[in-house]
Design a binder for this molecule. Structure first.
Ligand SMILES: [Zn+2]
Ligand SMILES: [Zn+2]
Length: 343
């Protein structure tokens, strides 16, 4: 009896241990599940890998303006070529990623609009930065980058692939992601430059582009050349003989919301600031005119039309620690970063 009692008594604590384990183990398991699922919710969702859906099926027909030939390529190759041509490779990674998203968005928008359907020689897009977007092929990049080609190409390629199929949309539609080199302290709204209002292409302050190479530039033009520069290419805009001394002085008038000139009056004629800029080859329409004797001193601020993302500003933001999502949300306010789904 003693023996049996001991055995029975001795087994009891062991059984209790097992019972506690049976209760504690499921509880611990449940607690860890709750803990880790909360952790997962706080982690931002990674963009879908490039090859999983959407844009890898998109083919771009690109007019190479130098040869006049159309080249066909997948969208990823096209975007790598655009980022390489449109943004310096030494820019910060987050700026390059922002550029990748807007280059992709711009192309898909133009393709959805079938913008150049009327011109059968144009293709979906061309490589003229003044018309569509600039594009460098790998041969050009090998020549430009020489022995640094592999590293630099990898850097651009990483920026493109890490943004997956991401594009910017507004109200469910692919956005018009215009961009410029250097806005000059404040971006311009699409309305003030082109007369068309886009809710997400409004003027925003930009304090990050002051170190840009073309933030401020001064050029001098002889007053005597102005009638010819502002003429139609064959004759001067006012009756004047070649080489004749001209005393007419142009005056800038009107100021847009972002501090750009609206128009220029000259000898009773009025030119839009954009036409004046084009005729004189100025960096931007943010300029001041300062006549000195026979010369006209023109100081410009910024480079480009000033609408949308400011590339040097984006790089400045990236260097301050902003992510590409934040950069895009700043320059294109109200837009959403979306994964493109091909129809
Ligand atoms: Zn084009
Ligand atoms: Zn800027």
């Amino acid at each position: 009896m003693r023996y049996r009692f001991r055995r029975r008594y001795g087994r009891r604590p062991q059984m209790l241990q097992w019972i506690w384990l049976l209760i504690l183990f499921p509880c611990a398991f449940l607690l860890t599940q709750v803990y880790f699922s909360q952790g997962r919710e706080e982690t931002p969702v990674e963009p879908a890998p490039y090859t999983e859906q959407g844009t890898e099926e998109v083919t771009v027909s690109l007019l190479r303006t130098e040869t006049g030939k159309i080249e066909t390529m997948d969208l990823q190759t096209y975007v790598i070529g655009v980022v390489s041509a449109e943004m310096p490779v030494n820019f910060a990674e987050e700026a390059l990623k922002a550029q990748a998203v807007i280059a992709r968005t711009y192309a898909l928008r133009k393709m959805a609009d079938n913008s150049w359907a009327a011109d059968p020689d144009h293709g979906d897009l061309c490589d003229d930065s003044g018309h569509c977007q600039a594009y460098y092929d790998t041969e050009t990049l090998k020549e430009t980058w020489g022995s640094d080609f592999n590293t630099k190409y990898q850097k651009i390629s990483d920026a493109v692939t890490s943004t997956g199929n991401q594009i910017l949309t507004y109200d469910g539609e692919i956005a018009y992601t215009y961009y410029c080199s250097t806005c000059g302290g404040k971006t311009a709204s699409a309305k003030e430059v082109w007369g068309t209002d886009y809710p997400y292409l409004q003027s925003v302050a930009c304090r990050w582009d002051k170190d840009a190479s073309r933030y401020e530039e001064t050029v001098e033009v002889a007053l005597a050349d102005l009638p010819w520069l502002l003429g139609d290419g064959t004759s001067p805009c006012i009756a004047v003989a070649s080489g004749e001394k001209v005393s007419e002085v142009p005056e800038a008038s009107g100021e847009t919301d972002s501090g750009r000139v609206q128009s220029v009056t000259y000898a009773g004629l009025t030119f839009s600031a954009a036409d004046f800029r084009r005729a004189l080859g100025l960096n931007s329409t943010k300029f001041s005119l300062d006549p000195k004797g026979d010369m006209l001193k023109i100081t410009t601020t910024g480079y480009g039309h000033g609408v949308g993302l400011c590339q040097y500003g984006a790089n400045g933001m990236a260097e301050e620690g902003y992510t590409y999502e934040e950069i895009l949300a700043y320059y294109y306010q109200g837009t959403e970063l979306t994964n493109f789904q091909s129809q």
